[in-house]
Design a binder for this molecule. Structure first.
Ligand SMILES: [Zn+2]
Length: 473
């Protein structure tokens, strides 16, 4: 009786407290515990301090009646280079965005450029492609076009790449990025050696695999190559944008991942909800373009003008360089990728400089909720939140302990939250107009600070923190 009385008193005291922010009356959803019901969320010191069945008092009190409150989404595949491009995340409930596919060669200045300037949490992988570019003297700006694309490394170059990769991991790189389709000159030995370095730091390898159906090679072969490297080295593996790279072989590729997981291999994958991809026309993924049939060029769209290409215009623009949209998938195959329980959601988005780029940058998460969850009821809401928030946190948390407090909505977790109106949420961006803002997201909170409030971006507030692993001595 005495303990019961004390518990009641404690509960009464908690209810009487004033929180920094109280979000009351929302439908609160936590993909880890399965909680899905009306709760009242008390936020203090950047943390979720209280989840209550009765309304809470806050210095700022939000009435979230009729809205959904979930952990913020974690985008493991974001290429935005201007820190200000994180507005696209804040506008659709993304509270952390990381460049894990291509990564960067030197993380310290990259992180320094974002410290105190980011709306949402940020991070980047130690990047095999940029490290390879520096070691091999490839002058390209983002994806390799010279030696680092097509040439095998010398033994001395390989040693130097491993040394630089290790340096970045010691500094705290959260993961390692690979663009094997872009660095097609890399040997099996090079891939295995780089995975071995990653494995020593328990760092996941995020790989754009070789063997996309549009070009030379076979999907199963490209996937086998990286599964083998993961088995041999022990490094965790994330196969990026399987919707784009597996194409016609999507069912087979997902089956391979499922079976490898059943054998205890730590392999995960991700997808974005669009039938088209995007890349640079001058990059290595198009190395065999001259062998493609005439009809194939029609599937390529030049970003600057929106025109579909021909053999002649492709050749001309490839010499010039620039962004293209690649219309390569069917809605049925895309559904297989998005609806599989194996895939997390990751945008593969970018800056949309000059209003140009791929609509996934500004619409990925809105499209999942509007198209898959609400309109088609193809994906249960809780499953969508698991894919967008919990699974990405789990992917990184073995190496990055801070991720254990993200992707969940429970007491003690970080107050990174998405609050949206499921009846109104929708993506507006298109291939022709990719920079149209999504609708229906009401509040986005990062570390207990509003970066989106009442549907409007909050200016000059930068609560985003660095996502990285502890430094290794
Ligand atoms: Zn890619």
């Amino acid at each position: 009786m005495r303990t019961g009385g004390a518990a009641l008193l404690l509960a009464a005291a908690a209810a009487a407290q004033t929180y920094d922010i109280a979000i009351n009356h929302g439908r609160v959803l936590d993909p880890e515990s399965g909680l899905d019901g009306v709760r009242h969320v008390g936020i203090r010191g950047g943390k979720i301090a209280r989840l209550s069945r009765s309304p809470l008092r806050g210095r700022t009190a939000i009435d979230a009646r009729g809205l959904i409150v979930t952990p913020g989404f974690i985008d493991l595949h974001w290429h935005g280079r201007d820190p200000a491009s994180d507005r696209w995340g804040a506008l659709q409930g993304v509270t952390a965005a990381l460049e894990l596919e291509i990564g960067v060669a030197d993380l310290e200045p990259w992180y320094a450029a974002r410290a105190g300037r980011s709306r949402i949490h940020y991070g980047a992988a130690a990047g095999h492609p940029p490290i390879r570019m520096r070691v091999m003297g490839d002058p390209a700006d983002f994806l390799p076009t010279g030696d680092a694309a097509h040439r095998a490394a010398t033994p001395a170059e390989l040693t130097e790449m491993a040394r630089r990769l290790e340096d970045q991991l010691r500094w705290g790189a959260p993961a390692v990025g690979f663009g094997l389709a872009y660095t097609y000159g890399a040997s099996y030995r090079e891939i295995i050696e780089m995975f071995r370095v990653a494995a020593r730091f328990r760092a996941s390898c995020h790989v754009h695999m070789r063997g996309s159906t549009s070009f030379s090679g076979e999907v199963e072969q490209g996937l086998s190559e990286v599964i083998a490297a993961a088995v041999i080295s022990g490094a965790p593996l994330q196969v990026v944008h399987i919707n784009a790279t597996a194409g016609q072989a999507i069912a087979s590729a997902l089956g391979m991942i499922r079976d490898a997981r059943a054998r205890g291999i730590d392999i995960t994958t991700e997808a974005y909800p669009y039938t088209a991809g995007a890349t640079s026309i001058e990059s290595g993924v198009f190395k065999d373009w001259e062998q493609m049939p005439d009809s194939w060029f029609q599937t390529i769209q030049w970003v600057r003008t929106g025109e579909r290409l021909t053999r002649e215009s492709f050749a001309r623009y490839r010499r010039q360089g620039g962004g293209v949209i690649v219309h390569s998938n069917t809605p049925a195959r895309l559904d297989q990728a998005i609806l599989s329980p194996l895939t997390m959601i990751a945008s593969d988005g970018s800056d949309l400089r000059g209003g140009q780029g791929h609509p996934r940058s500004s619409g990925c998460y809105a499209r999942i909720l509007a198209h898959y969850v609400r309109d088609r009821q193809a994906l249960p809401l809780r499953e969508a939140i698991r894919k967008a928030a919990l699974m990405p946190a789990q992917r990184l948390e073995g190496r990055v302990p801070m991720m254990r407090n993200k992707g969940r909505l429970r007491e003690g977790a970080d107050a990174d939250l998405a609050v949206f109106d499921l009846a109104r949420v929708r993506d507006r961006s298109t291939y022709e107009q990719p920079a149209l803002e999504p609708e229906g997201f009401v509040h986005t909170l990062v570390n207990g600070a509003f970066v989106l409030r009442d549907g409007r971006l909050v200016e000059d507030v930068y609560p985003g923190q660095a996502i990285r692993a502890p430094r290794t001595p």
